[in-house]
Ligand binder design. Structure first.
Ligand SMILES: N[C@@H](CCC(=O)N[C@@H](CS)C(=O)NCC(=O)O)C(=O)O
Length: 312
C-alpha cells in the first residue's frame, strides 16, 4: 500500500484529475467519499478549514489542492514519471491554463446550462465559490452566454486536439504524463455533465481517441475507507514532514511563524491557521493541533495561495 488516502467524491472533476494521476502511477490507495457540499465535519479536522475537493492524506500529513497532491505523488513514487521526456516545469505551466481560464469556462458552461435543474443548496454553494457574492446574476449571465462560452472552450479543446492529431498517443508522446491528467478531467466533465457534451466533443476525433486511451488507464487500485477510520489514521500517526527553511523566501516565511493560508483571490473565508513547519518556493506546510485529528501537518501549493503572517 502507498498509504495514500484520497478524500473525494465520484462526480468531482478535480478529483478525476488526481484519480488519473494515481492510475498513471498504478498505485493502491484508500478512498474516502466526502459530502459534495459543506459541512464536511469529518474532513475539517484534517484540513483546518480548507473545504475544496480533493484532499490527500498520508498518515498525519494532509495535502490540499491537486497541484500539491500530484507533486507529492511524484516525489514519493517517481516511476513511471509524470514528466516523460523531461517536461517538468512546462507541465505545471500547462496546469495554470487548464485549472485557470479553461476550468472557469467549463464550470460556467456546466452550471449555466444546468440552470434551474441544479439543487438550490448546490447552486448556491458552487455559485458563491466560483462566481462570487453576485453568483445568482452570474449564473443567469452564464445561461444567456452559453454559445460564447462554448466558442471559448471549442478553441481551447481544439489546441488539445491539434497536439494529439500529430500522431502522439499522449500529450508528451508514447507515455502518459501530467498534461494528460490536466486536460482529461475537463473533457471528462464536459462529456458527463453538459447534455450537449458528447455532440460537442465529436468534432475532435484525435481528442476523442486520446480520451479513450486515458480512460483505459483507470484509477489505480482504490479500496473504500470510512472517514472515521481516516481520522483515526491521522490521530495515531505523527507528521513525517521535516523542518525546512528557505533563505530566499520573498515573504521572509520561516519555520515557527504563525500564518494563515487561503486560496488567492477568492478564498478568504477558508483560511487555515498553523505554524510553519516547512517552506520552499513551491509548497508551504503548517503544523496544527486538532482535538479529533491530533497533530497534523497541512501542505499547500505556493502558486495560487496566499500566506499571511498572523499579527502579533
Ligand atoms: N485548486 C483546487 C480546486 C479544487 C476545486 O475547485 N474542487 C471543486 C470540486 S471538483 C470543489 O472544491 N468544489 C467544492 C466542494 O467540493 O466542496 C485544486 O486544484 O484542487
Amino acid at each position: 500500500m502507498s498509504g495514500i488516502i484520497l478524500h473525494h467524491y465520484p462526480q468531482s472533476p478535480v478529483s478525476e484529475k488526481v484519480r488519473v494521476g494515481l492510475g498513471i502511477k498504478g498505485l493502491a490507495w484508500a478512498s474516502v467519499e466526502i459530502p459534495r457540499i459543506p459541512p464536511k465535519p469529518l474532513l475539517m479536522p484534517l484540513t483546518g478549514g480548507y473545504r475544496r475537493t480533493p484532499v490527500m492524506q498520508i498518515g498525519a500529513d494532509i495535502y490540499c489542492d491537486s497541484q500539491c497532491i500530484l507533486r507529492e505523488i511524484e516525489r514519493r513514487h517517481p516511476e513511471p514519471t509524470f514528466y516523460p521526456g523531461g517536461a517538468a516545469g512546462m507541465a505545471w505551466g500547462v496546469g495554470r491554463w487548464t485549472d485557470g481560464e479553461l476550468f472557469s469556462q467549463v464550470i460556467k458552461l456546466v452550471l449555466g446550462a444546468a440552470g434551474d435543474a441544479l439543487p438550490a443548496d448546490f447552486a448556491e454553494d458552487r455559485g458563491r465559490l466560483y462566481l462570487g457574492p453576485d453568483w445568482a446574476e452570474g449564473l443567469e449571465r452564464a445561461a444567456a452566454d452559453l454559445p460564447h462560452i462554448a466558442a471559448q472552450i471549442r478553441g481551447q479543446f481544439g489546441w488539445i486536439d491539434q497536439r494529439l492529431a500529430e500522431g502522439r498517443r499522449f500529450m508528451l508522446g508514447e507515455a502518459p504524463g501530467l498534461p494528460d491528467a490536466l486536460a482529461y478531467y475537463l473533457v471528462w466533465f464536459v462529456r458527463g455533465r453538459w447534455p450537449e457534451g458528447p455532440g460537442f466533443l465529436a468534432q475532435f476525433p484525435a481528442l476523442e481517441a486520446w480520451e479513450a486511451r486515458v480512460r483505459a488507464i483507470g484509477h489505480g487500485r482504490p479500496t473504500a475507507m470510512d472517514a472515521e477510520a481516516a481520522l483515526a489514521v491521522a490521530r495515531t500517526a505523527q507528521p513525517e514532514t521535516q523542518e525546512a527553511a528557505d533563505a530566499h523566501d520573498p515573504q521572509g516565511l520561516a519555520p515557527g511563524m504563525e500564518v494563515t493560508i487561503a486560496p488567492d483571490l477568492d478564498g478568504g473565508e477558508e483560511a487555515v491557521a498553523g505554524t510553519i513547519r516547512a517552506v520552499n518556493r513551491e509548497t508551504v506546510a503548517v503544523l496544527r493541533e486538532d482535538p479529533r485529528a491530533g497533530r497534523v501537518c497541512v501542505h499547500f501549493p505556493r502558486v495560487g495561495y496566499r500566506v499571511t503572517a498572523t499579527p502579533g
